[in-house]
Ligand binder design. Structure first.
Ligand code: MEV
Length: 298
């Protein structure tokens, strides 16, 4: 069996693509996969009834991504993988990375070639590259390792420790968005308006650094304020939609300590920070039927 977690970027998305730090958390919902030796290579993904063969030259990215994952396995028999996603796709919750991690984990298991979770996370970067062009690596890393951690491209992951879990209410806006397009839009803004966007990234880095301290000190009030500020800076990069803004505002009015969009933006998901689990459950009722609670432990 293989498993890849979904993830929530607490602070620092987009800036992380350009070498700034981000704080992310693995969540319990993710992707489960099972692999077995078969007559031909095949990947099925439920609940979308997808069935595909690997093909490095295919137009369908999933076929290219599956081929990229299989490529490094030397002298192996044909393999069939059945994956089941518990996360919505295009929702900013790391569904794509979680599929890559779960598929690799399941193949390793079926071939009796175990490796560390770190190595599985790294191996899943080839899958992510097919979809996102220039992924920072935060999604595949957090999908494999979980916990709450400070991630910076090219540097070892820094796990954070705190004595209290974080209670999040996570909700999908219902607007699906392409991370690749949103990353490309931020890159264009950086090229055209370098000073403004660099200052925004630096502002985000300051929020990330303070959030690390707030998480470690268990200061949820400060963390909530930092989330709100990060949402505003992401808005200035044109990553938030009216729907995401109004969901965050509704959560704040209902008592959330802070709320922000998470992931690629342009739609996708938001989350709100609650002081305790019952409060997160109450926020979910405000945010709508697809909202769910995630308890993340640093
Ligand atoms: C996507 O979950 C997070 C982004 O920062 C892209 C990336 O880190 O590769 C938007």
């Amino acid at each position: 069996m293989g498993f890849g977690r979904g993830k929530v970027i607490l602070l620092g998305e987009h800036a992380v693509v350009h070498g700034y730090p981000a704080i992310a958390a693995g969540i319990e919902r993710g992707v489960h996969a099972d692999a077995r030796i078969a007559e031909r290579d095949l990947l099925r993904i439920a609940p979308w009834n997808l069935e595909l063969e690997p093909d490095a030259k295919a137009e369908e990215p999933l076929q290219r991504a599956f081929a990229a994952i299989l490529e490094p396995y030397r002298e192996r028999p044909p393999i069939e993988v059945n994956a089941t996603a518990e996360l919505p796709a295009g929702a900013g919750l790391g569904c794509s990375a979680a599929i890559g991690v779960a598929v690799i984990d399941a193949i390793d298991d079926a071939l009796g070639r175990p490796r560390s979770r770190e190595a599985i996370g790294e191996a899943a970067l080839v899958w992510e590259r097919v979809f996102h062009g220039n992924p920072s690596g935060v999604d595949n890393t957090m999908s494999a390792l979980g916990g709450v951690a400070l991630f910076r491209r090219g540097e070892p992951l820094v796990p954070l420790t705190a004595n209290k879990p974080l209670h999040l209410a996570i909700a999908h806006s219902g607007e699906s968005a392409s991370t690749k397009e949103m990353v490309a839009s931020v890159r264009r803004q950086l090229e055209q308006d370098t000073d403004r966007v660099t200052q925004t990234f630096e502002g985000i880095e300051t929020l990330v650094r303070n959030a690390k301290l707030a998480i470690e000190a268990g200061d949820l009030i400060a963390l909530g304020q930092l989330l709100d500020l990060n949402h505003t800076l992401l808005s200035s990069l044109m990553l938030c939609t009216t729907r995401l803004d109004s969901m965050c505002q509704a959560a704040r009015e209902a008592g959330a300590l802070g709320a922000k969009m998470t992931g690629g933006g342009g739609g996708g998901s938001m989350f709100a920070l609650a002081p305790k689990r019952e409060e997160a459950e109450r926020l979910c009722r405000v945010l709508g039927p697809n909202a769910f609670v995630a308890e993340v432990r640093a």
